[in-house]
Write a protein that binds this ligand. Structure first.
Ligand code: GLU
Length: 474
């Protein structure tokens, strides 16, 4: 298939994680870019679990990937493909390549390989294996062999990468890589190519740590295309990795934790993380807040930057605050109820939903939101924070007594009537509003900071507010 023909093929992308660890930010961003690219072109986005490494692949890692992707709304099309289950197909392709002369049986022994390795080391050359078995057919009957690619030795391979630009490698620098191990199992290089072909993948969008692999994978496509046709080169886009804010490769120290940590421990909303990941390495003018529909409309590979992007937790929290404010109160109440373990308590959930308009303007994450609701469910006598206790000393009990008297006469309990009462007390006592409001806040919430104090009065209701004030009045 020619380059124009591939353009006419419907776009198919894929995310192909190895379930050997958890789903990290980098993986989630790769998945997001693949999804957006496919949706932008009306194509298909597939998921393949690369579980060929049996020793390191685990079910909890697979679950974390699937759950993390669902949580982020990275919905893949069709059933996910499990690579290990396709080992026979991989072997079949390797054997077709042997038959057609594009691969060969290699009987190099471990000792011979060691000697080649030592010689390469002594000559300070990288080990590039061109096995003598490349041209031999006197195959020993009872000896196991690996299958190697008969890689091109002349010329050069150029990839017109959609992010990295044109990259060329001399074919002499590549080796005859192993396709099937001596136990007949496929290598990663072979499995990726066969699976991408069989899944109809047109665009391989992945981390730039795989750029070198592309030069080893392309000869497999080209060999199969020569054999049976229909194996066009995919379009490659190798996206830069995510670095920490200090420019070093993202590590645990920078918060390189599984996606579920952002959800469960850091109180991040999925749309905030998506928006953040999208902006990390891709841009559309000055747009910062980008809804999924706009992302699909605008996303293309041309605007993916070539240099590594830096992870910035502050920016993520800033976006998260935006999405919290934009979020529906009942959804936030559900999320907070779950955090607080109230998810089966409808009365408390309703109280949380009522409190959200007052609470959400100041929360950068769901933990702060949950934290801010503590006063609603506190029981009398309230525990008073150490830094709030001084607010209840001095003149405070006398002022609270006067306030109690005025509020006790308010029956139409809303933010306006309670505000008028507090102002009236401050004026009559010739003190600033804060001198009444601060002790009131401490008495009602036990804290120095809280949502707007009149919102707190209304959320607690008349009886509970009066009782909490009475606990601290003179
Ligand atoms: N399974 C590989 C990884 O997790 C990705 C392979 C690919 O995208 O081609 O890094």
């Amino acid at each position: 298939m020619s380059a124009t023909e591939i353009k006419e093929r419907a776009v198919v992308t894929r995310f192909a994680p190895s379930p050997t660890g958890f789903l990290h930010l980098g993986g989630a961003r790769t998945a997001l870019f693949n999804l957006l690219f496919a949706r932008h072109y009306g194509g298909t986005f597939r998921l393949r679990i690369e579980d060929t490494d049996r020793a390191r692949s685990t079910q909890p890692a697979i679950d974390a990937i699937l759950n993390g992707m669902r949580w982020l709304g990275l919905d893949w099309d069709g059933e996910e493909v499990y690579q290990f289950a396709r080992a026979d197909r991989h072997a079949e392709v390797a054997h077709r390549m042997i038959e057609a002369g594009h691969a060969y049986r290699c009987y190099l022994t471990a000792e011979e390989l060691d000697a080649m390795r030592a010689a390469a080391q002594a000559a300070k050359q990288p080990l590039r294996i061109r096995s003598p078995w490349r041209d031999r057919t006197d195959w020993p009957a009872d000896q196991s062999y690996v299958v190697r690619l008969r890689a091109p030795t002349q010329g050069a391979t150029t990839i017109d990468d959609r992010v990295q630009g044109e990259v060329t490698v001399q074919n002499a620098e590549l080796d005859d890589l192993v396709l099937l191990r001596s136990d007949g199992t496929p290598t990663y290089m072979l499995a990726v190519v066969v699976d991408d072909h069989d899944m109809g993948v047109t665009h391989v969008i992945r981390g730039d740590d795989h750029l070198n692999n592309a030069f080893r994978q392309l000869p497999i496509y080209r060999a199969m295309n020569a054999i049976e046709g229909g194996w066009p080169d995919p379009v490659y886009a190798h996206i830069p990795l995510i670095h920490g804010s200090d420019g070093a490769k993202l590590s645990k120290r920078h918060g390189a934790v599984g996606i579920e940590t952002y959800r469960d421990e850091m109180g991040i909303l999925p749309e905030a993380l998506d928006n953040y990941l999208l902006r990390l390495g891709w841009g559309h003018g000055d747009e910062e807040i980008i809804a999924r529909e706009d992302a699909i409309r605008w996303f293309d590979l041309d605007a993916v930057g070539k240099s590594p992007s830096r992870f910035d937790l502050k920016k993520l929290e800033h976006l998260n605050g935006h999405y919290i404010r934009a979020s529906d109160d009942s959804r936030l109440a559900d999320l907070v109820a779950e955090k607080l373990g109230f998810d089966h308590d409808d009365t408390r959930r309703a109280a949380l939903a009522a409190a959200m308009p007052a609470l959400k303007p100041r929360a950068a994450n769901l933990n702060e939101l949950a934290e801010g609701t503590a006063f609603l469910f506190a029981t009398r006598p309230l525990a008073i924070d150490a830094d709030a206790a001084p607010l209840l000393a001095g003149e405070a009990p006398a002022l609270l007594a006067r306030l109690h008297g005025v509020l006790d006469a308010v029956h139409n309990w809303d933010t306006e009537t309670t505000e008028a009462a507090v102002r009236q007390v401050a004026e009559a006592a010739e003190v600033k509003l804060g001198q009444v409001a601060q002790p009131l806040r401490a008495a009602l919430t036990g804290r120095r900071t809280s949502p707007g104090i009149f919102d707190v009065l209304v959320l607690l209701g008349r009886d509970e507010s009066l009782a909490r004030i009475a606990d601290h009045k003179a």
